[in-house]
Design a protein around this ligand. Structure first.
Ligand code: ZN
Length: 73
């Protein structure tokens, strides 16, 4: 069993993707959270910028990264 750092649930290792870099060979977030995370990231952005050009999307991504960097300090 392993605790997901994102949802906090205690789940069997089969519910975690394999990751040879991590200590116990599995990701620290469960499959469900990982999938949701990527859906939010890509799906959310793709939906918002459905009609935007790649250039506009790149700019938005850069803006978000800058905002994240600022809030980290
Ligand atoms: Zn989870």
């Amino acid at each position: 069993m392993k605790k997901c750092t994102r949802c906090g649930r205690l789940l069997p290792l089969s519910q975690f993707h394999r990751d040879k870099i991590s200590e116990d060979g599995h990701y620290y977030v469960c499959k469900e959270c990982r999938r949701k995370y990527y859906t939010d990231q890509r799906g959310g952005l793709a939906h918002k910028f459905r009609n935007a050009t790649t250039e506009e999307m790149e700019r938005e991504l850069a803006r978000r990264r800058a905002a994240e960097a600022r809030s980290a300090n």
